[in-house]
Design a binder for this molecule. Sequence first.
Ligand SMILES: Cc1cc2nc3c(=O)[nH]c(=O)nc-3n(C[C@H](O)[C@H](O)[C@H](O)COP(=O)(O)O)c2cc1C
Length: 372
Amino acid sequence: MPFRMTEMVGCEFPLFAFSHCRDVVAAVSRAGGFGVVGAVSSTPEQLEQELSWIDDHVEGKPYGVDVLIPEVQAVKMDITADQIIAQIPEKYRDFTRAILREAGISEEGANLHGGSQRPNTSLGQELLEVSFNHPVRLIANALGTAPPEMIEAGKEHGIPVAALVGAKEHAMKQIKAGVDIIVAQGGEGGGHCGEVSTVVLIPEVLDAIAEAGADIPVLAAGGIMDGRQMAGMMAMGADGAWCGSVWLATSEAETTEVFREKMIAATSRDTVRSKHRTGKYSRQLRSEWHRKWEEAEIPALPMPLMMLLSEPTLRAIDQASLNGNRAAQELATYFVGQGVGMVREQRGAGQVVQDFKEDFAASYERMMGLLE
Ligand SMILES: Cc1cc2nc3c(=O)[nH]c(=O)nc-3n(C[C@H](O)[C@H](O)[C@H](O)COP(=O)(O)O)c2cc1C
């Protein structure tokens, strides 16, 4: 029986790689998986550049784009970026400055008055238009129900639309909205996540889809770091695996060398589901950054304000960490799932795909052997 997902998006093996790094996306697709580039912090011009680069490096293999259009925002999106930024209370800027000062990190470059990341929700439509000018085979959306414009644009271009969900109730909403693929991400995953674990969420979502009389493929996400886990999810009925954290420890990734070393040292208990990065719960590597906010008992700002404050600050911290600043190394953090405890070494992204294939095949053979 052929893999349903590979037929749908044209890849050889249904291993999906979410990454903010174009090198990872191209390497995974070349190796037979399916790379999906995260466009959350891109302007349309930057996305155009990224996709042109991928087109030149993917050797004709298929890839996708993930745009993040949150359903629920703390601020109205018909105001300018400057007006949004002005809503960040001074107390929060002061606290962030104090973190940097105590660590001996220059405020310059952290841009605490602005934040270099424009909230991209108002740009979602433009990002979609850029994407459709390239040979993308999948569009994905996280953080809420896929908007009707996205579903319609997908249908018009014959490109499947996938949506990330963390609860079966959310899956039902997405199905009603008309998405083609559900990515069910358990709470152990890196980035924004719910509370239900992957091993519970996948059968729940599959049952809910069947009960609704729908026939929609489900990709399992959250905590999947190797082909054994992928085979386990597919034995339950998932149509493939969607992974984020495993690519962060690859030589192609956008992560710093300091963070990759932290990943190798970390155990599966070293992550935290915290609002102190984007304003919504997301799983990250626990660091001094979280300890300081928690100790000061300062609640996170809502999205996108928290993100506008924290992202430039954390970039300055990353830079200082690379320059050997010990305090910065302790503060350094990034989105990562509990699977971080399974990271033993840095590998190339193509090698990771190859290892997944081998472990997947070995697991399948083992299961078949049990039936003999
Ligand atoms: C660094 C990082 C950034 C992420 N950013 C996004 C994003 O912008 N949009 C999105 O749909 N998912 C995002 N995710 C979630 C992934 O798409 C994926 O569902 C998740 O990583 C799966 O769990 P895992 O990390 O255990 O593999 C991110 C994950 C990581 C690790």
